[in-house]
Design a protein around this ligand. Structure first.
Ligand SMILES: Cc1ncc(C[n+]2csc(CCOP(=O)(O)OP(=O)(O)O)c2C)c(N)n1
Length: 555
């Protein structure tokens, strides 16, 4: 059948099972938007306030549903506004397909109006990208883009389409998509290597698992639990791995790294075998790579060969899919108990606990109150800074993919857009976006998107009147010279909410906070909770950059 480029785009999206996209129109994508208008019953388009919001929304949708998220923007500034969102998705291995319009083929390379080389700009922050100059290549390019985005280690793929291609006509044949097909198959791992790792586990006295986002991506949380139980191994997760292991489990030691728990970080130092599963040894975990797991043999399993030996030398690298690793490993394992080791690890738990006596709102309560009132059954998206870390530390994550946070790029402004994608992908769920007041200012335009689609997102601002995370570093390392981190308190949140027509709650005490959460949950309407937190609350414990991982500041 003969279709034009815009029709092909719609058909290919439908082929991939896409029913929702996030975007913002403009001249170069007018043909595509006209086709979306005619296909509203097949594809829902969510109009954000800013293209960055659309990219983060596609990312939040992808992370919370496991499907590929799609965003669409016009050429020039529309395309460049996606860049932070694409980089965020890239750093956290989130599968999104970004479609951008461009000027017509004839105008490419002439500094035409709203022309930008978005393929060039996004080259280092995409898994792959394309400029489709011929409509005959369009359908297969879109199909390949989706396959690449979701295969192996997922990531963002960008497709740039000149405007004339969206109008040009060619023959189109529908295709049935098999989403299990991998773009590239990894080479087979010899059985001996798996046996070798099983032997290490069978013989270890103080084994420890450091689990990352790879567990979530490969959907192997159940396999991880089975391994930990069978071999009695304590498990920590990276920020991206939160949810890979039930934090209420007796074997969970919680977060690892710069703001990790005492137990996790002590385990790194004391263990004799470190199983690093689906991780990338980020500097936020390693701190000082020379002293990381010095007393242990390190096994690193990951599907991306580029991660092997990048940040730390490992003894047993296995480049393979984690699901396959767990399945093949199982048959060589002998069940055992590490009673003394587990008792030692337990003695490190809760070494650091916060004074909770005061009536004012403190960080632990800030998150625990949400946990209590939702029984943990909600999604938590976050902005970046102290509030993000409190969200990671003080909520008990028991299920995969419930924390939606920018780990790798640390993007202030990520959360509100991401919460939109999360809520759209999970319409029945409770979605909280945990924000600092600084981050809120970066993307508060998206409150209007929340209102437009009546999304019952609960925006919770830890209002400390400062760029708290930076202030914390200025306190610790810059002699309390608070250069440009104090926020003027001239934003009237109540008026803002009125202007956006969303519910507003204010909380200065624990009691007011409890009530705000209760009402927000009950009313299920777009709302904002302005929760006051003291200026100098800290994220603790903290490992200073470059220090050994068990050298933790606790006050
Ligand atoms: C886009 C962007 N700009 C700057 C930073 C650097 N940065 C990291 S945390 C932070 C402070 C965040 O302040 P706020 O959102 O108020 O949260 P708080 O730390 O107070 O909880 C800053 C400026 C960043 N991560 N992202």
């Amino acid at each position: 059948m003969k279709l034009n480029g815009s029709q092909i785009i719609v058909e290919c999206l439908v082929e991939q099972g896409v029913d929702t996209i996030f975007g913002y129109p403009g001249g170069a994508v007018l043909n595509i938007y006209d086709e979306l208008y005619k296909n509203q019953d097949r594809i829902r388009h969510i109009l954000t306030s800013h293209e960055q919001g659309a990219a983060h929304a596609a990312d939040g949708y992808a992370r919370s549903t496991g499907k590929v998220g799609v965003c669409l923007a016009t050429s020039g500034p529309g395309a460049t506004n996606l860049v932070t969102g694409i980089a965020t998705a890239y750093m956290d291995s989130s599968p999104i397909v970004a479609i951008t319009g461009n000027v017509t083929n004839a105008l490419l390379g002439k500094d035409s109006f709203q022309e930008v080389d978005i393929a060039g700009i996004t080259m280092p922050i995409t898994k792959h990208n394309y400029i489709v100059k011929d409509v005959n290549d369009l359908a297969d390019t879109i199909r390949e883009a989706f396959e690449i985005a979701r295969s192996g280690r997922p990531g963002p793929v960008l497709i740039d389409i000149p405007k004339d291609v969206t109008a040009a006509v060619c023959e189109y044949s529908p295709k049935k998509i098999d989403k299990t097909v991998q773009f590239k198959k990894l080479p087979e791992i010899e059985e001996e290597k798996i046996k070798e790792v099983a032997e290490l586990i069978n013989n270890a006295e103080k084994p420890f698992i450091y689990a990352g986002g790879g567990i979530l991506i490969s959907k192997s949380a159940d396999d991880l639990k089975e391994l930990a139980d069978m071999e009695d191994i304590p498990v920590a997760t990276s920020l991206m791995g939160i949810g890979a292991f039930d934090q209420s489990d007796r074997l969970s030691t919680g977060l690892i790294g710069m703001h990790g728990t005492v137990a996790s970080n002590r385990c790194v130092v004391d263990c004799d075998l470190l199983l690093a599963l689906g991780v990338r040894f980020s500097d936020r975990v390693l701190s000082n790579h020379k002293h990381f797991a010095e007393n242990a043999k390190i096994v690193h399993v990951d599907c991306d060969i580029a991660e092997i030996g990048k940040n730390i030398k490992v003894d047993y690298p296995l480049v393979m899919d984690l699901k396959e690793f767990f399945t093949r490993l199982k048959k060589y394992l002998k069940p055992k108990k590490n009673t003394m080791w587990i008792a030692l690890v337990d003695s490190w738990k809760d070494v650091f606990s916060e004074n909770q006596v005061s009536a004012s709102l403190r960080p632990r309560y800030f998150m625990e109150a949400i946990y209590k009132q939702t029984k943990g059954d909600c999604f938590i998206s976050t902005e970046v800074g102290q509030a993000q870390m409190w969200a990671a530390q003080y909520f008990t994550y028991t299920k995969p993919n419930r924390l939606i946070t920018s780990g790798g790029l640390g993007t202030m402004g990520f959360g509100l857009g991401a919460s939109i994608g999360t809520q759209i992908g999970n319409p029945e769920a409770y979605v909280f976006n945990i924000a600092g007041d600084g981050s809120f200012r970066m993307n508060m335009n998206e409150l209007l998107t929340i209102k437009r689609y009546n999304l019952p997102i609960i925006e919770v601002i830890a209002n400390n009147g400062t760029l708290g995370m930076v202030r914390q570093w200025q306190t610790a390392f810059y002699g309390k010279r608070y250069s440009q981190t104090t926020l003027d308190n001239n934003l009237n949140y109540e008026y803002l909410c009125k202007a956006c027509d969303i519910d507003y709650y204010e909380a200065k005490t624990k009691e007011e906070y409890d009530n705000a959460i209760k009402n927000a949950i009950k009313n299920r309407k777009p709302c904002l909770i302005n929760a006051y937190v003291a200026l100098d609350e800290k994220v603790l414990p903290m490992v200073a950059p470059g220090k050994p991982i068990d050298d933790m500041l606790t006050k």
